[in-house]
Ligand binder design. Structure first.
Ligand SMILES: [Zn+2]
Ligand SMILES: [Zn+2]
Length: 435
């Protein structure tokens, strides 16, 4: 075991816990702190986080960044105090999903030049990264209830890392759409709208599966009791209902596919517009197409799997168009495009729009993809040429998709030639759709 330097007073905790499969760091902290009978805040301090901190008696908040990545000295301290292996500690952090999910991979986070020592740093992944839910989590009440084993009966199932990714919007196993808000008080369940990773960090009474929101806002907030609702008891009949079974089946099937892509033993490469791309980059392609779909809606409406799913997007797109226009009058106009680029806050809407994006990317080759996507590009240009530019050329997207969106074949050079020239032999066409 590596002993952390500079923390001579750090001691291994009296008891520890094995992480559950795909467990997130905040979930692990909630379970372990409850087991030890201390709040998650005091636990973090006793685990030596953050290493740079000298005062180990008070902690106002647990930084949101902890869920994403930890500095090297912090990982060493965490392993030492909890007796986790390095692999187990890394497995609690979102950054280790970066090999599968582009928004967590610095290689696919845009083309702006990085400076200084942050060049390949993962520490910045939490900022300006709406396609990672750093300040909130989703959950499936039935997964939280656990698998019936003794440890999960007492401390609950895992608060999963994958629930922090918008492309994970439902639980096909329990056939439920993921929740973000408490069924009882309607607030975020684990943290407030602020920078806290875990709300009420000194509260040692709350079970890991209880809502940590403090419903009464006001002067006495610190002294107010937590909501405390048992999140596993969220009634199914208050969840979004898709009446058409074809709608539900389409979204559950899509989710199974995305979960296989995100699984550690899933495919490292998948097909996008008929070309083999890294799985992590495929998710950036999806994200780029989602923004175009929203900006140009109802242009892609005929591609919805069912009319019910199209209506779900109608409502969301109307709201986004309104936001886009109202932001045009604001001084910070650069925020305007986020009306279309941010992921939806609702799990059914997220599934519905990703279902169309996935369908468009499933085209057998670049020309078939262009037939579907170029009308969206043209419409985006017509709506607002300058603001549509970053949407027509999405950061971190694959070369084949970028060519489909931006290149109009002239003369004898086809899209295929153009992709191969830009990729310098690194892009490979699929012989058949690989999904
Ligand atoms: Zn579930
Ligand atoms: Zn609540």
């Amino acid at each position: 075991m590596v002993e952390p330097s500079g923390l001579s007073d750090l001691r291994p905790l009296p008891r520890s816990l094995d992480p559950l499969e795909d467990e997130s760091l905040p979930g692990y902290l909630l379970r372990l702190s409850y087991r030890l009978g201390i709040g998650p805040g005091p636990l973090v301090l006793r685990a030596g986080l953050p290493n740079s901190r000298r005062d180990r008696t008070t902690l106002i908040r647990i930084p949101v960044s902890f869920a994403v990545s930890l500095d090297e000295p912090d990982i060493i301290a965490l392993c030492y105090s909890t007796r986790l292996s390095r692999r187990e500690a890394d497995g609690l952090l979102l950054t280790s999903l970066g090999s599968r999910y582009g928004a967590l991979n610095p290689a696919y986070r845009g083309r702006q030049p990085h400076r200084g020592r942050d060049s390949f740093s993962t520490s910045r992944l939490q900022y300006n990264n709406p396609w990672v839910l750093t300040t909130r989590t989703q959950y499936c009440p039935d997964c939280l209830a656990g698998d019936g084993s003794e440890i999960q009966q007492s401390l609950g199932g895992a608060w999963r890392r994958l629930w922090r990714l918008p492309p994970v919007f439902c639980c096909p196993r329990h056939e439920r759409f993921l929740r973000r808000y408490c069924h009882h008080c309607g607030e975020l369940v684990q943290n407030r709208h602020s920078n806290d990773l875990i709300a009420r960090p000194r509260d040692s009474e709350l079970h890991p599966l209880q809502c940590r929101a403090t419903p009464q806002q006001g002067e006495l907030r610190a002294a107010s009791p937590a909501c405390g609702a048992d999140l596993t008891q969220a009634p199914k009949d208050t969840e979004p209902i898709l009446k058409d079974p074809r709608s539900r089946n389409a979204l559950f099937a899509l989710q199974r596919k995305f979960l296989s892509f995100l699984s550690p033993d899933g495919p490292k490469q998948v097909s996008s517009v008929g070309w083999i791309v890294p799985t992590a980059q495929y998710f950036q392609d999806l994200r780029g197409v989602v923004a175009l779909i929203f900006m140009t809606w109802p242009q892609a409406r005929p591609h919805a799997a069912t009319s019910e799913l199209a209506r779900v997007i109608d409502a969301e797109a109307a709201r986004r168009h309104g936001l886009f226009h109202s932001r045009g009058a604001e001084p910070r106009k650069n925020l305007r495009s986020t009306a279309y680029t941010d992921p939806p806050d609702d799990s059914v809407v997220t599934g519905a729009v990703l279902e169309i994006a996935c369908r468009l990317l499933r085209s057998p080759d670049e020309n078939a993809a262009a037939e579907l996507l170029v009308p969206l590009v043209d419409e985006a240009k017509r709506i607002h040429q300058p603001i549509s530019y970053p949407l027509r050329s999405p950061c971190g997207a694959s070369i084949p998709l970028l060519v489909v969106l931006a290149y109009r074949p002239r003369g004898s050079r086809s899209r295929r030639d153009h992709i191969e020239r830009i990729a310098e032999g690194h892009s490979i066409r699929t012989t058949s759709s690989c999904d």
